[in-house]
Design a protein around this ligand. Structure first.
Ligand SMILES: Cc1ncc(COP(=O)(O)O)c(C=O)c1O
Length: 383
């Protein structure tokens, strides 16, 4: 019996791992050599597939992986027993023991975490690596900056802990350079209050993809945490990082399931939100919100067929989406290829554009492609 993996494709994602490798190398080349590369691969590597992405990033030379939870960390451990892994989200009390079992670094924001992780390190007879997080204006994890000194002292005094890093996170690096500069200033001023910090061999990091643009090159920073950019997506359209020319790793595809002609005036799809204003050829695509085409983008979105943009008509439904192919030259036929995100001939739909149609961001779009959509991996490096 055939397995579902062998079935013809009707809605799928292509992941170009060779582009991912090139992207990491380009980003690295644009940074000073001393800067360590923390590859942020949480949420199934932004929907690209954690085991495949992490394996390729190991090959490409990522120094450390940032993940959200223990399950993601375990996936990395299945690939490597000792590649450094940092948990970027809080650890729950009943998860503490896995820090020792899988040799994971934890983010520390509170005295309670110091106490818990210290106990685990002592019991294991091997200190737990921790990164002290300082909240400089994100209002999420981290100790609020005036409390950093006390927490730092508590970590240094804890025999079950090993301070491996100090970091902060920018809340608006892609939209508010002035606030980002203020966060950076607060972080640097707070670091200056931590005694003996410069004698410690630790990672000091703040920048995510968008933060990289505002890095003024202070010598104190020696690591960056890169998520979106390594997947070839710029945090915003006018990004200075456009000069690094990273390439999209992700593309999203479906096919034509039916083509038919309908008379002017016919309403299309649920709720009758759109009526044809001319006699039209419409194509019914074999993908809908059950695959990750946001219903909110109904009335906004387009797709590529035969290298032409075709507007989505009416509401996107669970498994099918109607598009206008009246102006596509030549025959559009059942089975034809449709690009939802990516290139077809000279035409392109970027993930940022696709996301904007649904009033969302690329990060969320990547996490919204559903389980039933197979990921196909391109692995070869072009020569
Ligand atoms: C703490 C932290 N660092 C770094 C990143 C990577 O951000 P980006 O995808 O913008 O590079 C994230 C992503 O959400 C994050 O939460």
């Amino acid at each position: 019996m055939s397995s579902s993996a062998q079935l013809p494709r009707r809605c799928w994602v292509e992941i170009d791992l060779a582009a991912l490798e090139r992207n990491l190398k380009l980003i690295r080349a644009s940074l000073p050599p001393r800067i360590k590369y923390v590859a942020v691969v949480k949420a199934d590597a932004y929907g690209h597939g954690l085991p495949q992405v992490a394996a390729r990033l190991m090959h490409a030379g990522a120094d450390l992986f940032g993940v959200a939870n223990i399950a993601e960390a375990m996936t990395i451990r299945e690939l490597s027993t000792d590649w450094p892994v940092l948990l970027l989200s809080p650890v729950l009390p009943d998860e503490d023991r896995y820090l020792a079992e899988f040799d994971l670094a934890a983010t520390v924001s509170s005295p309670d975490e110091v106490r818990r992780f210290d106990a685990i390190g002592r019991a294991a007879g091997r200190p737990i690596a921790v990164h002290l997080k300082i909240d400089t204006g994100m209002g999420r994890l981290g100790v609020w900056h005036p409390g950093a000194r006390a927490l730092y002292d508590a970590i240094i005094a804890a025999p079950g802990l090993h301070l491996a890093g100090v970091f902060t996170h920018f809340s608006s690096a892609d939209e508010d350079p002035a606030f980002t500069a203020e966060q950076r200033r607060i972080f640097l001023a707070t670091l200056a209050t931590l005694p003996g910090l410069s004698d410690r061999n630790i990672l000091i990091h703040a920048d995510n993809s968008a933060g990289l643009e505002t890095t003024p090159g202070e010598s104190v920073f020696n690591a960056v945490r890169v998520g979106l950019l390594q997947f070839g997506i710029l945090p915003h359209p006018h990004s200075l990082l456009a000069r690094t020319r990273t390439e999209p790793v992700f593309s999203f595809h479906t096919r034509v399931g039916l083509v038919k002609t309908l008379p002017s005036g016919t309403s299309i799809s649920y709720g009758r939100t759109q009526h044809l204003t001319r006699d039209s050829r419409i194509a019914v695509l074999t993908a809908g919100y059950g695959d990750g085409l946001a219903r909110a983008s109904s009335g906004q979105a387009s797709v590529l067929i035969s290298g032409r943009r075709c507007a989505v008509l009416g509401r996107i439904t669970m498994d099918q989406t109607m598009v206008d192919v009246t102006d596509v030259p030549g025959e559009v036929a059942c089975g034809d290829a449709v690009v939802l995100v990516g290139r077809q001939g000279q035409a392109e739909i970027s993930i940022s554009e696709f996301s904007a149609w649904a009033d969302t961001i690329a990060w969320e779009t990547l996490c919204s492609v559903t389980k039933r959509v197979p990921r196909h991996y391109r692995t070869a490096l072009e020569t």
